[in-house]
Every structure is written in structure tokens, then in C-alpha cells.
Design a protein around this ligand. Structure first.
Ligand SMILES: [Zn+2]
Length: 507
């Protein structure tokens, strides 16, 4: 009996790997400067559980409302109009505009619950305090912006302040002047429940009865006022406490231009009103109140010029001496405080799958102050205590905060703690649009480089050129890391280049 030589035996076929079911599928919409993410979990009976995080686009993006309408139409098609939980991370136009501009489309949706941060709760005294500052700052900034818009011959620095103000106010208003609050309120009304559910950081993790394998940790926004105000690090704090006086000084200065109003009192002026001459009167050739002083000639000679065509060249135009608008540069600091303050009110959620221990982090637009506040948080889970460092070490997917800007992904208290080799990331951003609206680098190159290294190239950006391709594929292989599969929206000739969305199956 001859034995079959071993070499000719048929090799045993490797068992085909069982298709892994994703823990969650995330459809990121690719409007660029704006967030809209649809998370689809699976209930025990196999049916989908939908969570929508934000829906907005920055006001300066051309065709923004039409693009958001396309997004909401796609959401309807994908979900059948049924959203179990709508998360509104914070009150900025690029996160909530869709609830207003596409409100007719959203009327066809049924939304189970709305989740918001404690900072949006009208019954919360600390939230009301923050709101008061926001109101004051916004009114002052609007005034400064309108004034600068109407001024000719601004110096280059003040031109940058004017443009920067427009960009910041673009987070607060729609194209027709709609307030961001009305968009947030439109979102809050989408559920039949009388009020959204408001969340605090820490405490026991949240659970959803239909998703027993999921724990949700709330990391921000902090209750600590210093953390909300924090700009980049403790030594560079811009406290809101100084924001109040900034706002008042700016408002007061703007009112000063109401020179005809006899009841107006300038609290900041060192002199009584009756010893001064309005600049416009002096420049227009009206005499000052003291006939012994020719304030008109003095002003022309030293402040506006030209004195006369016979005067030496250097005496003719004195307008370079004028600082009429420069006091409004204070608006730049105030705008920064307002913007960072609101970003730091972002509701930050970490989704943990109990069986695998893997974590998916959605920090909204949290900036450094919000991130740094997480380090003291602890969550009781059974007999154990979960810390932020533990959650970050197990994070396998990051929705990058604030469109990849410089101060929204800290290194030491953020990326350095995300040590999972499976980390992948998505950035809702558009580099060209960010430049157009004077934001500079968004995404910020060093953060992008750090993310690329950390994720071994598994970074997807809303403005990635491969998304526009017919059968777009990212540069990294999938499955890889936490990404089981990547799909992108079919190219739509009507919309031009760029897919409407990119979808990842995550595990
Ligand atoms: Zn944003």
C-alpha cells in the first residue's frame, strides 16, 4: 500500500475569516467647516439605533444651506427619518445651522431624545451666568464689526481685526442674521419630549437600555469656570472675568460716537464731555469750544493734514498719526474669549463597548481648557473606577475637535495618552475654506503630522481628494486598526467634486 507523498496532499484550506460585525458605523458628512455625524449602533434584535451628532456648516461657506439640505435629505434616506438620539455638542452655527436652514426637512423626522450639555440648560444658574457674558460680548462685537465695516482707510492690522471679527461672528449668525440660538432651539424642539436631557461630566456612565454593550462617559464641558475660560495653558488664561469689562468698554466706546446724544456719559473718559471737541467737528472745520484755541487748524496740522499744498511733503498728510479705529482692536481679544468660551462648552462623549473595552471619542469642538479638565474625572463602574487616562489609552477612534485647529488637540493631555495601536481619526475640515475665512491653518500641520504618525496614516479628512474620486479609496489599507471598512458617497455630478459623506465601519 503506497502512501500518498506528503507533498502532494492538498493543503488544508484556511478557514475564511468570519465577517466581523462593526461595533458602530459612522457616516461623517463632508461639508468641511461644520459637523454632522450619523452613528449607527445595532440593537439586540438587529435593528439600527441611530444617533446624530450635530448638523451645521459655517456661514461663510458658499452654498452652505443647499449643501446642508443635501445632507439632511441623505439622512432621511439613510434613517427613514428616525433618529433615536440627537446630540447637540455646542451653540455654534457650524454645528447647528441645519436645524434652522433645513427645518422643513427636519419636520419629517422623529427624534427620540435630545442630548445637550449643562451649559444649555435654562434652569442652570451657572449656564445663565455664561449666557450673560455671551450676550454682552456678542452685542459689543456686533457693534465693533458694523463700525469697522463702515470705515475707510483702516490700517492693515485693523483690517485683520475686521476680517477676524466677521469670521468669529460667522459662528454666531446665519447669512440673514439669524441667531445661533434660534438654530439650537429648533434642534431642541425636534423631540416630542418637553426638554432635552442635559449632561454633566463625571458621575456614573450613561447607558441606553437597547444597547446593553455600550457605556457612555461624559467628559465635558467642565463645571470649573477656570477650565471653561482657559485658552491654551494656565499661564495664558483669558478669564471671562476680564471679558465682561472688555465687553463693557467696547460697548461704551461705540456709544461715544453718538455725540449728539446729550444724555450719553462716557464712563471711561478722563474728562468731562464739555471740555472736548468731537473729532468729526474738528475735521469738518468747526471751531472748538474755546475760541482762543484753533482746534481745527491744530487737528489738521497734527492729525489729518494736508496743511497746504505749499507745505513740505512730510507735513502734508498726517493721517498716518490717526488711531481712530485702533481702540477697537480690543474686540479681537474679546472675540477670542467668546469663541474659545463657547467651544469649551462642547459636550464631550466617549463611547465604550463593554465586551472589547474599546473607546470612540467625540469631543465636539473642545479646546484645551475642556480637555485639561478631564484629568480629575472618575467614573464608578461596578467595583472599579474608570479614569480619563484609562479611556484615552483605550481610544481607537477620534473625531478630531474644532476642525483640527491648533488649540483643540493637546499633546500631553490628549494625543500622548492615546496609546492604542489601532487608533484612527476623522477631521471635519476644509483647508481652503479655512484660509478664505481668515482662520489660518485648519487643520494645523503639526497636529495633522502627529495624528498621521500615531494612526499610521489612518486619518480621514472631509476635504481628502480621494473622496471626490469615482471609486475613492484612502491611502491606508482597510481593514486596519479600528477601521473594518470605508465607503464614500457616489460622486454626484450635480454637486461637483467631493463626496457628500464618508462612512466607516468601526470595531
Ligand atoms: Zn465647529
Amino acid at each position: 500500500m503506497s502512501r500518498k507523498p506528503a507533498a502532494t496532499r492538498r493543503p488544508r484550506r484556511a478557514a475564511a475569516p468570519a465577517a466581523r460585525a462593526p461595533s458602530v458605523t459612522v457616516r461623517h458628512y463632508c461639508q468641511g467647516i461644520g459637523d454632522c455625524h450619523l452613528l449607527t449602533f445595532t440593537r439586540a434584535d438587529g435593528s439600527p439605533f441611530r444617533m446624530l451628532i450635530d448638523c451645521g456648516i459655517h456661514v461663510s461657506i458658499a452654498g452652505g444651506p443647499a449643501l446642508v439640505a443635501d445632507i439632511v435629505a441623505d439622512l432621511k434616506k439613510e434613517t427613514g427619518g428616525k433618529i433615536d438620539v440627537l446630540v447637540v455638542t455646542h451653540e455654534h452655527w457650524d454645528h447647528v445651522s441645519g436645524f434652522l436652514t433645513a427645518k422643513d426637512l427636519f419636520k419629517e423626522f422623529s427624534v427620540g431624545d435630545i442630548w445637550m450639555a449643562w451649559t444649555e440648560d435654562p434652569a442652570d444658574p451657572e449656564a445663565l451666568e455664561l449666557d450673560k457674558f455671551k450676550g454682552q460680548a456678542l452685542a459689543a462685537l456686533q457693534g465693533a464689526s458694523q463700525k469697522l465695516d463702515g470705515m475707510q482707510g483702516l490700517n492693515p492690522y485693523m483690517e485683520r481685526v475686521r476680517d477676524g471679527l466677521q469670521a468669529v461672528l460667522g459662528f454666531q449668525f446665519g447669512a440673514a442674521g439669524e441667531r445661533v440660538r434660534s438654530a439650537r432651539n429648533a434642534a431642541a424642539k425636534l423631540s416630542a419630549k418637553p426638554s432635552p436631557t442635559y449632561f454633566e461630566p463625571g458621575g456614573a456612565p450613561q447607558s441606553i437600555a437597547e444597547l446593553p454593550n455600550l457605556r457612555i462617559y461624559v467628559l465635558g464641558p467642565p463645571r470649573d469656570k477656570a477650565a471653561l475660560r482657559l485658552e491654551e495653558k494656565a499661564s495664558e488664561m483669558f478669564p471671562l472675568a476680564s471679558g465682561g469689562p472688555f465687553a463693557r468698554a467696547l460697548s461704551s466706546g461705540l456709544k461715544m460716537n453718538q455725540a449728539d446724544d446729550p444724555t450719553y456719559i462716557d464712563e471711561l473718559s478722563p474728562f468731562e464731555r464739555n471740555v472736548g471737541t468731537p473729532l468729526s467737528a474738528a475735521l469738518n472745520g468747526e471751531k472748538g469750544s474755546d475760541p482762543a484755541v484753533d482746534i481745527d487748524a491744530f487737528t489738521r496740522k497734527h492729525y489729518s493734514g494736508p496743511v497746504s499744498s505749499a507745505a513740505p511733503m512730510e507735513d502734508r498728510d498726517q493721517s498716518w498719526r490717526r488711531i481712530d479705529a485702533d481702540w477697537m482692536a480690543i474686540a479681537a481679544d474679546l472675540a477670542l474669549q467668546l469663541d474659545r468660551g463657547v467651544n469649551n462648552t462642547s459636550l464631550v462623549l466617549a463611547f465604550e463597548f463593554i465586551d472589547s473595552g474599546r473607546v470612540f471619542l467625540f469631543p465636539g469642538d473642545a479646546q484645551i481648557g475642556n480637555w485639561l479638565s478631564w484629568k480629575d474625572l472618575k467614573w464608578p463602574v461596578g467595583q472599579a473606577t474608570v479614569t480619563t487616562a484609562d479611556l484615552l489609552a483605550r481610544t481607537v477612534y477620534l473625531k478630531v475637535a474644532h476642525h483640527g485647529s491648533q488649540n483643540a488637540t493637546p499633546q500631553k493631555q490628549g494625543l500622548d495618552l492615546m496609546t492604542s495601536p489601532d487608533l484612527s481619526a476623522f477631521i471635519p475640515t476644509n483647508k481652503l475654506d479655512a484660509v478664505k475665512v481668515h482662520w489660518g491653518e485648519m487643520p494645523y500641520d503639526p497636529i495633522l503630522a502627529a495624528l498621521e504618525a500615531k494612526t499610521k496614516g489612518r486619518v480621514i479628512r472631509a476635504d481628502d481628494s480621494w473622496l471626490a474620486g469615482a471609486n475613492g479609496r484612502p491611502a491606508f489599507a482597510s481593514p486596519s486598526g479600528s477601521i473594518l471598512a470605508v465607503r464614500s458617497a457616489p460622486r454626484d455630478p450635480a454637486r461637483g467634486p467631493g463626496g457628500l459623506w464618508v462612512e466607516v465601519d468601526l470595531v
